[in-house]
Design a protein around this ligand. Structure first.
Ligand SMILES: Cc1cc2nc3c(=O)[nH]c(=O)nc-3n(C[C@H](O)[C@H](O)[C@H](O)COP(=O)(O)O)c2cc1C
Length: 302
């Protein structure tokens, strides 16, 4: 059995798409069987529309990519008008990723989403975008601020509340604990790591903002270590992500303590990767006589 239950919501399998790497679902949904995914997490939405950072804002690296998109998005009102109708019709779960820069700003965005009759099963709160000063990092690096924001948001929704954590901290487990204390249902880890690249010919940075967020297979060991540290410290479910590209990677994250996983950068290489891995994961369970994927959670042998 591939299904996983979080709070009162059943995910048909543990594979979700990561925010910012799968648009709002409707673009890629034309080409792949999106309803075979466990769920879709949409691109960060903010209270007002944002153009994002100037180009160039993405660059390939040896085993992944750097991005500094800067939370380009259409703003919450347009999101509700133009994206929710498609997402509401999907026969799979969707989660809305929300970004902001101040508690009131996150709350106002959440309230607009809550008042719009959407079928979203939850919210992933981005407190970990390294690329803009309004990206919530102020919250994501400070346990006190994380707990405060979480508890304020908790007052405004009964849906699954997920805090998305940054690896750019000394002890991610302290931030996870703060999210748990604030009433989060779940944490997701990790967002991107701060990185940089230089074009030696022009001597210019490869990314206009100099620094960008590093993602893809290069960060998987770091993501896995963070998921394991969080698993050892909290009792709420964990969504693991960072460089996942195979069933083997998914199994590593689940054995380290994840309940669900997300696929990010690899969607750019193969938009249908989540659907393919869902089917391969089913085969793995069958071949190994494992009755439910949830049985594997945290089963790391030490
Ligand atoms: C181009 C790009 C855009 C992203 N945009 C967002 C975003 O809007 N909100 C967010 O929470 N994370 C965003 N992320 C981070 C991913 O959701 C994910 O946490 C990170 O890339 C690690 O997973 P991966 O290695 O599988 O890509 C973005 C990542 C990339 C590569």
């Amino acid at each position: 059995m591939l299904s996983v239950k979080i709070k009162n919501t059943v995910f048909k399998n543990p594979i979700l798409t990561a925010s910012g790497t799968f648009g709002y679902g409707n673009e890629i949904g034309k080409f792949i069987d999106i309803e075979k995914l466990g769920g879709v997490v949409t691109k960060s939405v903010t209270l007002y529309p944002r153009e994002g950072n100037p180009q160039p804002r993405i660059a390939e690296t040896d085993s992944g990519m750097l991005n500094s998109i800067g939370l380009a998005n259409l703003g919450v009102k347009d999101y509700c008008n133009s994206k929710l109708p498609y997402l509401n019709e999907l026969d799979t779960n969707f989660i809305i990723n929300v970004a902001g820069y101040a508690i009131d700003d996150y709350i106002e965005t959440l309230q607009i989403l809550e008042s719009n009759d959407g079928k979203q099963v939850g919210y992933e709160i981005n407190i970990s975008c390294p690329n803009v000063k309004e990206g919530g990092m102020e919250f994501g690096v400070d346990p006190f601020m994380t707990e405060k924001l979480t508890s304020e948001l908790r007052k405004h929704t009964d849906k699954i509340l997920i805090m998305k954590l940054s690896p750019n901290v000394t002890k991610i487990q302290d931030i996870a604990k703060a999210a748990e204390n604030g009433g989060a249902d779940c944490v997701s880890a990790i967002n991107t790591l701060v990185g940089m690249g230089i074009d030696v010919k022009t001597r210019k940075p490869k990314i206009n903002t100099i620094f960008g967020g590093l993602s893809g297979p290069a960060i998987k060991p770091i993501a896995l270590a963070n998921v394991y540290k969080i698993y050892k410290s909290v009792n709420i479910p964990i969504i693991g992500l960072g460089g996942i590209k195979s069933v083997n990677d998914i199994l590593e994250f689940i054995l380290a303590g994840a309940d669900l996983i997300q696929i990010g950068t690899l969607n750019y290489k193969e938009p249908g990767i989540g659907v393919r891995l869902a089917s391969e994961l089913q085969d793995y369970l069958k071949q190994n006589n494992i009755s439910s994927v949830s049985e594997l959670k945290g089963q790391l042998n030490i």
